[in-house]
Design a binder for this molecule. Structure first.
Ligand code: CUV
Ligand code: SF4
Length: 634
């Protein structure tokens, strides 16, 4: 194929703002390659208009119908109004997001059960957490050996997916008052799969047609994600692979190595990445790499897989979501190994311009042009070694390479347990120091910056926003690709504490913490729910998550999962700010529900913002209002 035709651009490289990405795309190895950066440039920043704002419906074959709120004749052929359609579409986004996090969790649980039976190379590493989770799952941990207990925990966890009645076990971890609100509203999730299926059913043509009632199901479904699928994934992964503790490592494309076999692991499920990490350390494998002239195997993460192994093993992250294609255009990647979610279909096409092999591994995800090497946790090491060997075989075929220098030191690993621990050590661990510092005003409040990065947004919104927040003494928590971006900018290092306001800086310097705490992958947003609950339980900051001077945001959200996360945060009492666009804006009624009525019902709401400064002012203002309501400030 004539690659020059596929390549368009202004003088050879796209006009993207992120300097390191642009640097790589402007170098020789990347010439002739088209990436999302080029496609966005070509099409302009305005996406396709169909569906924008949430009032287009294609749920039946009398349509598609484009509905315009306020125009009487512009309702669906079936009579559906703009608010119904917007709510239906929104609920379906939530269902897709919940399904994704939860299907990942299912895979984790299955690997966990196999591990309990001794059928995988993994172990039950955190036995303390195993016991704690057993108790939450209604299992008496007393006098059971670890394998037996793990098996029971695994099987009970698996049953959470198919449960038809009652409520998910982890719901009971929420503050009492929150649980009562859920009970009263009838939004307590029964079984994870059931909530997803019911959401799909209720949004089918001609079923649930009261937008408020649909939004309520969207909340129940989202709660099945946050307190269900995502939380199960986080907790069982921690038990199996270790609960994260503070760890120093590096991020950005500069972590790729000229003299090593580079394997990037991309996607979401750590079961694959953990096995690859084991295989990469195998002396036999390393010897094979040396035979082809490489110094060894360099594993580097992309997206949330990257976050998983960064948090637990300190394995460097090569890039966030928007850097996946760019990592390949360095010409230095022998294999990109992917499983599920946030993997761009363009990867094999780009790999064709190089010696790179794209390897899909999940039974649920294949890509035309990629090699499929099915992963199976029973044969985890065997498959992982096979994959690493494929990468080694590619090394001698490397052509021109350009690896940028850019990399940044980060400290990650801030699980809820770690945050607890650094506040007083093993025996006095509690959230009291944090609460006290919020009460005495050294810390204004807590903000979470989570979610994706996105090619349609060129500015470093995350970085600007985080700087503004910490300068105002707001402690920042982060997960997902936002965390990687903040890491690239140096905000995940303790030295960045000097950018914090005086009060926050004092607190951070006493414990040697960065001003932005990396809590993990997207499923690890469940850690934030637990941290918030712990703050409530510790006392002095109200009785419910909605009383806390805390707020979340996803300024560059891209995936459906992000909306599920936003909805479970709001339904749990934590407001969120999303942007730069929102999926219901063409229906005033539906948007009013999410932006106003939810505040009355759940004590929290959605906000929409575009620029970093707007995010910051909404978030700081909300935190101030909560402080006032608590009587902390006048
Ligand atoms: Ni799950 S969901 S782009 S990898 S954070 Fe990254 Fe995180 Fe969004 Fe995807
Ligand atoms: Fe149109 Fe109603 Fe069919 Fe949707 S369900 S496509 S609004 S007729």
């Amino acid at each position: 194929m004539d690659t020059s035709k596929r390549f368009k651009s202004n003088g050879g490289c796209p006009s993207i703002q992120c300097l390191v990405n642009r640097e790589v795309l402007c170098q020789e190895p990347a010439q002739g390659v088209t990436t999302a950066a080029h496609r966005v440039e070509k099409r302009g920043a305005t996406p396709c208009l169909f569906g924008q704002g949430g009032t287009c419906c294609r749920n039946c074959n009398m349509g598609p119908c484009q509905i315009i709120e306020g125009v009487e004749e512009m309702i669906g052929i079936c009579g559906a109004t703009a608010s119904t359609v917007a709510a239906r579409n929104f609920a379906r986004i939530v269902a897709a997001g919940t399904a994704s996090h939860s299907d990942h969790a299912r895979e984790t649980v299955l690997a966990f059960i196999a591990t309990a039976k001794g059928e995988t190379p993994y172990e039950i590493k955190d036995t303390l957490k195993l016991r704690r989770m057993a108790a939450w799952l209604g299992i008496d941990p007393a006098e059971k050996d670890i394998q037996q207990l793990a098996l029971e925990v695994g099987e009970t966890a698996l049953a959470e997916f198919g449960k038809q009645e009652g409520s998910l076990h982890f719901i009971r971890r929420a503050p009492q008052k929150r649980q009562e609100i859920w009970q009263e509203l009838g939004v307590v999730p029964r079984g994870i799969d059931r909530e997803v299926v019911e959401t799909m059913h209720r949004t089918h043509m001609g079923v649930d047609q009261d937008f408020r009632h649909i939004f309520r199901q969207a909340a129940r479904c989202a709660l099945a994600d946050g307190w269900g699928g995502s939380m199960l994934a986080t907790e069982l992964q921690d038990i199996m692979f270790g609960t994260p503790v503070p760890i120093r490592t590096v991020v950005n494309l500069g972590v790729l190595k000229e003299d090593m076999v580079n394997i990037t692991v991309h996607g979401h499920e750590p079961v694959l990445a953990e096995a690859l990490a084991m295989a990469a350390q195998d002396p036999e494998i390393i010897a094979e790499a040396k035979k082809v002239g490489a110094k060894g195997i360099n594993l580097a993460g992309i997206c949330c897989t990257g976050n998983e192994i960064l948090m637990r093993r300190g394995i460097p992250i090569a890039g966030s979501f928007v850097q996946q294609e760019i990592a390949l255009t360095t010409g230095a990647v022998e294999a990109m190994v992917v499983d599920v979610q946030c993997v761009m279909q363009s990867l094999p096409e780009i790999a064709r311009c190089f010696h790179t092999e794209v390897i899909t591994t999940s039974d649920r995800a294949e890509i035309v042009g990629a090699t499929h090497v099915p992963f199976d946790h029973h044969r985890a090491l065997e498959v992982a070694k096979d994959i690493v060997r494929r990468a080694i075989a590619r090394f001698p075929k490397r052509g021109k390479v350009y690896i940028p220098k850019a990399k940044m030191d980060v400290v990650a690993g801030f699980s809820h347990e770690t945050i607890l621990y650094i506040q007083g050590g093993r025996f006095r661990a509690s959230y009291k120091p944090l609460n006290d510092n919020i009460i005495n005003g050294r810390i204004l409040g807590v903000a979470a910056i989570v979610g994706c990065d996105n090619f349609r947004i060129q500015d470093e919104v995350h970085v600007e926003l985080a700087k503004e927040l910490i300068a105002n003494n707001v402690l920042v928590l982060t997960t997902g690709c936002a965390a990687t971006g903040l890491g690239r900018a140096g905000l995940l290092s303790p030295e960045a504490a000097e950018l914090a306001g005086e009060g926050l800086r004092e607190v951070l310097e006493a414990v040697g913490c960065p001003p932005v705490l990396h809590m993990g992958s997207c499923v690890d947003n469940s850690r934030i729910l637990i941290a918030a609950t712990e703050m409530v339980r510790t006392g002095g900051l109200g009785e419910d998550i909605s009383d806390l001077p805390a707020i979340g945001c996803a300024p560059q959200w891209m995936s459906e999962k992000a909306i599920a996360i936003g909805q479970y945060f709001v339904a749990s009492g934590a407001s969120v700010v999303f942007g730069p666009t929102f999926p219901t804006t063409k229906s005033q009624e539906a948007t009013d529900h999410l932006f106003k009525e939810m505040e009355e019902i759940y004590g929290a709401r959605w906000f929409l913002a575009k620029e970093a400064k707007d995010f910051a002012s909404i978030m700081i203002d909300q935190i101030r209002q909560k402080r006032k309501a608590l009587g902390l400030d006048k």
